[in-house]
Design a protein around this ligand. Structure first.
Ligand code: ANZ
Length: 756
């Protein structure tokens, strides 16, 4: 047979599969369904090795499930709004829309070289009006229910990007995108009321939903449920989780933003208090929480401790945050570390608490999670569908007028006001209520809104009348499995759960969790063991690897590199070479095909069924690496034989097909003249063939063990043959010599005893 040259076969099959719509799914048939999803990608314009690891490996599971007879839905799309497009536009003068759409085209071509079985016909691209119309629709529903609201809050503000940042987008006090120092600023913004769903978002024991413990705990900590009490100190409300320590409260602390500071500050202290408050302004929440050195200032006033009845001083300090509890605390330096540090620094009394104090107060549950700020002062996002009218105030855009399309012509260079404000023709509208001239909202939505519900839309992406058809969604969701990055533990995967619960409450769906199983994939590092990055020069380009070794080898290598969940492994070219060599051997093995397996070739049969079992169970557990190892071991065994059977070779191809779809299609066609291997049935293992065919049997003479012999399983109940075998043992024969056997006791499969 001619040589294995991947580039001769891969593009050919990719084209044919696409033409034949081989993976097309009938969504009306959900009897044996599997909805397998990978977090969609941002269209950066280049498919890197991280994408290959993210997408090519789960494709193994999708193909395997199809061969098992499941109706598999495996869509793909693009999370296409966001800052990089806008930054590229500012830098290079290309319009964000053009930049994004051409990147998508390029990436789709690259995706095709992977040979993955995506349902592209259900593609979702979030920056297109047919998608973001529904973001706006959801927003209006949320507005109607009070879940979306306009509020003012201290926000992380990036002076360079001119935008509000969510807490998780601030890394060590700096903007995650550009590295600029983040400042604190009071800004009006749109919020989604995550806090209203906080309790329902807490993970409780739920046996039907299989999410990693680290994700569930991470989300629960982020939500941060805390049960305590609100106590009153002369009109100041404090939140405490330790009311039994109230007798030890020796001072009160207000957050620098607290509204009662003015009331408590006496004239002599006013300058100090004002300058302290000013100085705190530039600190981020994180800096205040970590508080290397406690700082604060005395107001000059006192309040009464309701338990000890002592007058205690009122201080202002930035380790108290306005956004949590009531923004005021009773300080118990005897029991609380931070209060102790503060008391020591400012020489405040520390007195023993009885831990028995029982103050009057109200029970209160607090959550650390904040409402989700979703407004961005940027261009490339979903316009928020509200209109401001001098007469009617804020008015929703009527549903029939959706989508509010993003105008193409804007000046998106940062100017301290949102770029949409520069599109005057677009901004000016007539009020839907009174018809007088009014203005559109010029802020856009955080792109995390787009990704909070895209898995619903995949099921019905072209529906222009409804967000989705309930019947289809009820049949296909929750997802059977959701693959993604660990970085989305606090963010995307929680926001999606929130949207799902909101959809549930709207009556759109009957379930409340959108994914039965979540798998956080690992990470492929550069050959130097560092994160791949252009600046380090350690990037392995998948296109080049595919050119040299073929997509099948790259796929197989990525599957083999380690357990899919959590592996962090460096790229290793010799490993890629190794799997390439394996594929070559599979190719060459076709020359050894002889007659079919004979019934008595028990060992060969056992090896085959053992491998089927192993590969099947490993794929099911997302242990693609050990599945590959199983096939390698079997190949070694087969290679040692002069001849292998049709059955063996066919089975090897079937097991390998999800991993290396092109080579197996080619070989399958060669040996069987059939097409397509990807529509063939997954091999089923035969438990019987797995069993060892020999058993150990103890042979005794007068009850004493004289030998242990191996007997074939199929003769186990034939007493005559067993007796002969026993007598045939040299060790046993020694004791039987010169005696006469009076009786033979045989316990089937266990003991043979000669009584002499
Ligand atoms: C007295 C006390 C004694 C407290 C003690 C703790 C230990 P979690 O569990 O996070 O809810 N606190 C309340 N509001 C605060 C704010 N806005 N900024 C900073 N700290 C605040 O913690 C609640 C505890 O954190 C509260 O209980 C309060 O201090 C403090 F031995 O009250 B405690």
């Amino acid at each position: 047979m001619k040589k294995y040259i991947p580039s001769d076969i891969e593009p050919k099959w990719q084209k044919k599969w696409e033409e034949d719509r081989l993976y097309e799914v009938d969504l009306s048939d959900a009897v044996r369904r599997q909805y397998i999803l990978i977090e969609f990608s941002y269209p950066s314009g280049d498919l890197h090795m991280g994408h290959w690891f993210a997408f090519a490996v789960p494709d193994i599971l999708a193909r395997f499930r199809r061969m098992q007879g499941y109706n598999v839905f495996f869509p793909n799309g693009f999370d296409a709004f966001g800052l990089p497009a806008e930054n590229a536009a500012i830098k290079k003068g290309i319009h964000p829309r053009d930049w994004t759409l051409s990147n998508i085209e390029k990436m789709k071509q690259q995706f095709k070289t992977m040979g993955a079985s995506f349902n592209w016909e259900n593609e979702v691209i979030t920056c297109l009006p047919e998608y973001y119309k529904w973001n706006q629709w959801i927003f209006l529903k949320m507005l109607g229910k009070g879940i979306a609201y306009r509020g003012k809050a201290l926000a992380n503000w990036c002076p360079n990007c001119q935008t509000v940042l969510a807490n998780e987008n601030v890394e060590a006090g700096k903007c995650w995108r550009c590295g600029t120092e983040v400042i604190q600023k009071q800004v009006e913004q749109w919020f989604l009321k995550l806090t209203e769903y906080a309790d329902r978002l807490l993970w409780k024991d739920n046996p039907i939903v299989d999410w990693p413990k680290a994700v569930r705990e991470g989300q629960n900590n982020w939500i941060g449920k805390s049960e305590g009490m609100i106590l009153d100190f002369d009109g100041v409300e404090v939140f405490t989780t330790r009311p039994e320590t109230t007798d030890g409260a020796t001072f009160l602390v207000l957050a620098p933003e607290h509204s009662m500071i003015g009331k408590f500050t006496i004239a002599e202290n006013k300058n100090d208090v004002d300058s302290y408050i000013k100085q705190v302004k530039n600190k981020t929440e994180l800096e205040r929480k970590e508080g290397r050195e406690k700082t604060g200032v005395f107001t000059g006033s006192f309040v009464k401790n309701p338990v000890s009845n002592k007058e205690i001083p009122v201080w202002v300090a930035d380790y108290i945050l306005m956004g949590y509890g009531t923004g005021a605390i009773m300080a118990v330096p005897y029991a609380d570390e931070r209060d102790k540090e503060f008391a020591e620094k400012f020489d405040l009394p520390i007195i023993k608490t009885s831990f028995k104090a029982k103050p009057q107060g109200k029970q209160k549950v607090n959550y650390h999670i904040h409402d989700w700020s979703i407004s961005r002062q940027r261009y490339w996002g979903t316009p928020i569908p509200v209109i401001y009218c001098d007469t009617d105030g804020m008015v929703s855009v009527p549903e029939k007028d959706l989508p509010v399309e993003l105008p193409y012509e804007v000046d998106y260079a940062p100017k301290g006001k949102p770029p949409l404000a520069t599109a005057e023709d677009w901004v000016e509208v007539s009020c839907p209520k009174c018809g007088k001239s009014a203005k559109r909202e010029v802020e856009t939505m955080d792109t995390f809104v787009d990704s909070s519900w895209y898995f619903f839309r995949y099921l019905d992406p072209k529906n222009s009348q409804q967000i989705f058809k309930k019947e289809v969604v009820e049949k296909w969701l929750p997802l059977d499995i959701y693959f993604g990055g660990a970085e989305h533990t606090l963010g995307h995967t929680l926001y999606s759960r929130f949207f799902t619960k909101f959809f549930h409450d709207l009556g759109l769906i009957s379930f409340e969790e959108y994914a039965r199983k979540r798998v956080n994939r690992g990470l492929i590092l550069g050959p130097d063991g560092q994160k791949m990055s252009k600046s380090r020069g350690n990037v392995v380009n998948p296109d080049e690897q595919v050119k040299s070794y073929g997509a099948d080898a790259v796929r197989l290598y990525l599957a083999f590199i380690g357990p899919y969940a959590g592996t962090v492994a460096p790229w290793d070219n010799s490993g890629l070479n190794g799997v390439y060599h394996f594929l070559q051997r599979v190719w060459g093995l076709a020359d050894k095909i002889g007659s079919n397996l004979q019934g008595n070739d028990l060992e060969a049969r056992r090896m085959m069924h053992k491998t089927i079992k192993r590969v099947t169970e490993d794929i099911e557990a997302n242990k693609f690496n050990t599945a590959v190892a199983g096939m390698m071991e079997w190949l070694n065994y087969l290679s040692r034989k002069d001849q292998i059977s049709q059955d063996e070779y066919r089975t090897l191809l079937f097991l390998l097909a999800p991993f290396a779809p092109h080579i197996t299609e080619e070989l399958w066609e060669k040996i069987s003249q059939k097409y397509s291997i990807h529509q063939a049935s997954w091999p089923v293992f035969d438990e019987k063939s797995l069993e060892e065919e020999e058993l150990p049997l103890i042979v005794q003479v007068n009850g004493k063990v004289r030998d242990v012999i191996m007997i074939q399983k199929d003769i186990i109940s034939n007493k005559e043959v067993i007796e002969k075998k026993g007598k045939g043992s040299v060790k046993v024969a020694k004791y039987l010599e010169g005696t006469s056997v009076k009786k033979i006791v045989y316990i089937e499969g266990k003991v043979l005893n000669f009584i002499v």
